[in-house]
Structure formats: structure tokens, C-alpha cells
Design a protein around this ligand. Sequence first.
Ligand code: HSE
Length: 397
Amino acid sequence: MIQIAILGFGTVGTGVAKVVAENARQIERKLGEPLQVKAILVRSFKDSPFRQLMTDDFQRIEEDGAIRVVVEAIGGVEAAYDYTKRALSAGKHVVTANKQLVAERGWELLALARRKNVNYLFEASVGGGIPILHPLTQCMAANRIDEVYGILNGTTNYILTRMVRTGAFFSDALREAQAKGYAEADPTADVEGLDAGRKICILADLAFGHQVDPDGVPIEGISRISLRDVKVAQRAGYRVKLLGRAVRMPGGGRTAYVAPHLIPEDNPLAGVEDVFNAVVLRGNATGEVMFYGRGAGELPTASACVADVMEALQASPRREEIGWSPDSAGFEDPLDLQTRYYFRIEGSLADAAMAFGQVEVLSEDGETAFLTDPITGRDAQRQSRSLNVLSCMRVLA
Ligand code: HSE
């Protein structure tokens, strides 16, 4: 019998307990022994079929030598960081979906895990149930990864989809995403792009081998997107999606950002709807490889966590390829990247042409919506200074 503990009993923690119980036979067959949740750390005791496993005493878990893996499902940094360090120091593997902790302190916790000869695994921190970190670090290991981009937040993708499909109001769509267990405890983290920012940092850390500090990554969420932009884009054959993107720069530097983009409707990312996420990896040998699936929600996220629990127990002795240097030097401004830009301005086509030269007009009805030729973000800012800009987004080539 292999025993584990779960820290926190929100969406992810509950999902882990359910998957371990419901898929007990499959898990036992693969591990060769039954897997059992021995303890669940909670702040306050709740009514639940798992009530008898609940404790509010972390020390009991820390000192219990029979508990070999701890699933940290608390979220945030403070308590989660402290408990993760203590669990690793006690020689237990730790598995998590906590993207904030991994993005901010992952390299340090991985170093501690290495010293203790245990695993710190976090497949569920990016893309929910989609296998992405393992393919990136294992299946694509023979590549130099030049770019990673995708739809990394289920809540915002759900909101955008509802706005397009049913004309739902932003606030109603957000409430639905919260009710379905997709949103963060503070949904501003989803809506303002913070959550996607943490995920693109983790992908960039693993893809490029250097720490990308979440604080240094420019992020823009979806709160400034209007239904008008969504409709203009749609009529012109584009969908609006929030993308995280990390790119290896020609001089060897790295950049990353999160921002809404116009995606041409024949691009597979344009068809990624609701809570689904999709991540594209561009390797120098493989070209582009895309991963698609449910990016949030109780069971998909728990699926990735429990698979990591199983892997932590089976990896012998540890997953060596997961890690990156704490050195964050070499991060460059994404404004140096070139792309086409979408603008909606209060003004005429003549105003647009004065600022940008030749443009592709998408709509003209008092306001003008248009696409520029490929330019850097810096030029987009400089050249639009004379215009009354209502909205501006990058276009995915
Ligand atoms: N709030 C996150 C999302 C949960 O909506 O994608 C999964 O990381």
C-alpha cells in the first residue's frame, strides 16, 4: 500500500481524492500496489465523503514516514511554499498544480528536491489535463525549442467563447466559469492575464533552460476587449484569443508575454473554445507540435496530478531533465518582436494611412478598424501616437 497526503481541499484537492478513489483499480495495476490517500490537510473541516481523512495539522503529515508523496493543492505562495519545502526536506515527493509557486520558486524547490533525491513534479500547473511539460522535456528533448505559444487560461477562453457564441455579458460568463470550478480563487488573476503569465513562464523556463521572472513578463488580459472588437474580428475572418507566447530571440536572449491576439480562423487555435487550452511547441527538428485538451476543472487537473504521483513513485531515482538555471539574465522586451497589429481608432482611413502607410481595412463606420503590415511593438506604439486608439491587438501570423 502506497500512502499519500493532499494539502488543500478545493477544486484540485477534491479532484485528486476522487481520481484516486474512482480509478483505484487502474492505478493499482500500473503501480503494482494500491494507492491510498492517508491524510488531507484543511483549514476548516467540511462535510465530505473524505471527512475522516481531514486534519489541520501539517506536522502530522510531515512526520508520517508512511506518506511518500504530498500533493500540494493549496495554491498561492506562502503556506504552499513552506509546506512544500518541509515535505521535500522530509524526503517526500511533492506534486502540484500550483503555477504561481512553480513560476516564482520552482527552480529553488527543484534544487531542494534534487538534494533530497526526491521529485518535485508539476505537470498540472500548465494546461490542466493536457500533457505538455512531459512532452516538452522528454519527447521533444532532441530539439532546440524556439517558441512556445498558446491558449493557456481556460476561464478567459470560456468567457470569450460565450461572448462570441451567445453574446453573453462578460460578468455573466465569468460567473459561469467560477461555478464550473475553472476560475482562480481571485478571478482577476485569470481575467488580467496573471495566470497565463505564470504558465508561460513555466513553459519558457523549461523550454529555454533559464528562469523567466513572472514580474518581468508584460501581461495584458481580456478586460479591455469589447464585444465590438470581437465582432469586427469575426466578420473579417479572425477570432480573438488570449495567448501566452515565449520566443527564443535571434541573439540568444528570450522573451515572453501574454496578450489578446487576432487569430485567423483557419489556424487551429481559432477553433479552441470553452475551457479548452492548446499549446504549440516549435522545435528546430519537429517544427510545430500542438497539444489540446481541457485546461482547467477538477478531474482534468487531478488526472495530471495523480499521473505525477505515480511517476514520482516510479521514476528511478528522479526525473533529471526537469529543471532550469536560476539565472534570468537575457530576458528581452517583447516589443522588439515583429507582427501585424490590429487597431480600432476613432478616426478615418486617411488617419490610419497617415500613421502607418498601407493598411488592410476591416471596418469603417465612424470608427476604423484595420491591420498594419508586420512591425515591431515599439513601432506600433510610436506610429499610433497621433491616433485616437480605441483598441490594439497583435495578430498571430
Ligand atoms: N484558472 C485556471 C484557468 C485554472 O482558468 O485556466 C487552471 O490552471
